[in-house]
Design a protein around this ligand. Sequence first.
Ligand code: MSP
Length: 510
Amino acid sequence: MTSTFYVTTPIYYVNDVPHIGHAYTTVAADVLARYRRLRGFQVHFLTGTDEHGQKMQRAAEAQGITPLEMADRNSASFRELWAKMDISYDDFIRTTEPRHEQGVAALFRRLAEAGDIYLGQYEDWYCVPDETYYTELQLKDGKCPMCRRPVEKVKEESYFFRMSKYQDRLLRHLQDHPEFLQPESRRNEIISFVASGLRDLSISRISFAWGIPAPDNPRHVIYVWLDALANYITALGYPDPKAEPFQTFWPSAVHLIGKDILRHHAVYWPCFLMSAGLPLPKAIFAHGWWTHEGEKMSKSLGNFVDPHDVIDRYGLDPFRYFLLREVPFGLDGDFSEAALRQRINSDLANDLGNLLSRTAGMVFKYRDGIVPASGPIEPLDRELRELAEETLTKVDQAFSLFAFNRALELTWALINKTNKYVDSSAPWSLAKDPAKKERLGTVLYSIAESLRLTALLIQPFMPDAANRMWEQLGIPEPLERLDWKEAGRWGALPPGTRLRKGPALFPRLE
Ligand code: MSP
């Protein structure tokens, strides 16, 4: 039976065009999806756009267009960026689509049937940019504790969701399932938040109209976070109980999010699901935030990193690599051009690119471009082979911990070991001695094989570079369609494979 894997990104607000923060979560999800596909999983990768709510309505008014016009325009700009970034999503959901609106209305009904919705009066604070309710006590210096922008007083009739009812169950789930919420620091944060007591949550508004009407009382629009979170199941066919994608994929769901939307995902969402009688997602991972050259990115500073610009200047693969290599997933990090250039020149051009061109150069020079068979193995060769095998195992473990930077560190340790192996085995001296012909064959085979496995390991991160390596290694079947059991082991490269000359994998930047 094939294992399934369902990975999601947050659905992005459409009041503006995408920036590096959006690109980050999406690339991480893409890398996971690609890795699992490579390992033979049946994968479903969902992304999309979050198009309702007060913030969207106001942004559209300010631009003098309708919310739907704004959503059409900006939702398309997300899709364009994902195409440019080679994001392999299987589905893209917009919250203004009928399949979603119907699913949300059904979910709302379900919560009501469970006896978890009642009509009341909301009177407290609201942060429009975050679309989040806060109590007086939660505010910091009278401002939003999350984004530090001004909050607004709201006093209106509202439907409430009995979140308090699920406090104990949620707490138990968090305690019993360490993998449910990661990293550990975020889990502890949420455990203490839940333990301190959950208040019922306002789940509708009446003072604006841009949203999904509450069933049976269309004066109310459904709270945009209830609407948005539901995308993870409406995209799978909820509420159709027999929807095949829902049955197949929901049990393996992994939500990647930023740390700013932790509470919505780790508290509200599981409570809604419990009320609806649905299983909880398998894991939620909250990553950190990027600053730009040491500064927080903001509209007022106008210093958002534009992914288009970075890709146009440095290429897609280096950008994808940098995002996941530079900072451990879960921690905050800084985007700087100097750091990006440094990674390109040292890791990509020098360590990896040179290894490939050196190897190809030697195979062409000494063997007319044909990978020789390996002869008897010496300790030096065994060490390389063992490291390669160990790397495959450890990278797999790193992936199950969302430790992307670790997976890359391990891969680079193999690349560096291979570079050292070339130096110590000195093919250029072996080539001078006809008696060492077989030894030279073993060495060249080992280097080529290590490079082939390296291409597999970098494929999820840098699909284009991996394909180019694959082509230069002369392997006929496409990298994306290989059978891991066959290809994911040392020795799978058939001797006699004819390398192909190609341009430098990563040209050095001056
Ligand atoms: N629409 C909601 C999510 C609903 S999911 C059911 C939302 N959208 S968002 O467009 O504002 O942000 C989406 C993601 O971008 C969040 O995960 C957030 O953490 C991420 N980032 C926004 N700025 C960021 C950085 N500066 N750095 C890293 N990620 C950041 O929230």
